[in-house]
Design a protein around this ligand. Structure first.
Ligand code: SF4
Length: 170
């Protein structure tokens, strides 16, 4: 099993999410973008192909152990949040991990850069979350390309339409 500290961290205080226990469901620095402001630096492994990174049971067990530890200290957890150092929807096991983590009875959130939101599988998986944060930095293609430097084939128009489609039913 992966090191628990690598997969589950916190809880950390968040303005929007209260006390948020973080889930690193992908290894660091794997992203669909290479944003000019990224704190991870420029040596990201870029991709737009969803893939398996960890065994979903390992992710669940790491989160469960962390949750039990936090609750045993009488500390509060408002959300369990998928917020890795990269793009969480690149994880093809996202839906499986979410189903397992929901059995813990705590609300689950995800913070995404929206790049794969036009993918119907991603939309279906995100429907299971209690809170979905879809971020966009720009609504003009020029600025999008300059700021986010997306992986080849990721188009702003598709992202904006994907957000409209998802938000119409979420
Ligand atoms: S989306 Fe986030 S992780 Fe990805 S390059 Fe931009 S700032 Fe870095």
């Amino acid at each position: 099993m992966k090191n628990i500290k690598e997969i589950a961290f916190g809880p950390v205080p968040s303005r929007r999410l209260g006390r948020s226990l973080g889930v690193n469901n992908i290894p660091p620095k794997i992203c669909t973008y290479s944003c000019v402001y990224c704190q991870l630096g420029r040596n990201l492994k870029m991709s737009k192909i969803r893939q398996a990174f960890y065994d979903p049971e390992d992710v669940f067990n790491a989160v469960k152990i962390k949750v039990e530890d936090v609750l045993s200290r009488k500390e509060k957890i408002d959300y369990i949040t998928f917020v890795p150092d990269g793009e969480p929807t690149l994880d093809i096991n996202l839906g499986k991990e979410l189903s397992l983590i929901k059995t813990l009875g705590i609300k689950v959130a995800i913070i995404s850069n929206s790049s794969l939101i036009d993918n119907p599988d991603v939309q279906n998986e995100l429907m299971g979350f209690d809170l979905v944060s879809l971020k966009v930095d720009a609504v003009s293609n020029d600025i999008f390309k300059k700021i986010n430097r997306p992986f080849k084939g990721i188009e702003l128009d598709n992202i904006l339409q994907g957000i409209r489609d998802f938000s119409s039913s979420f």
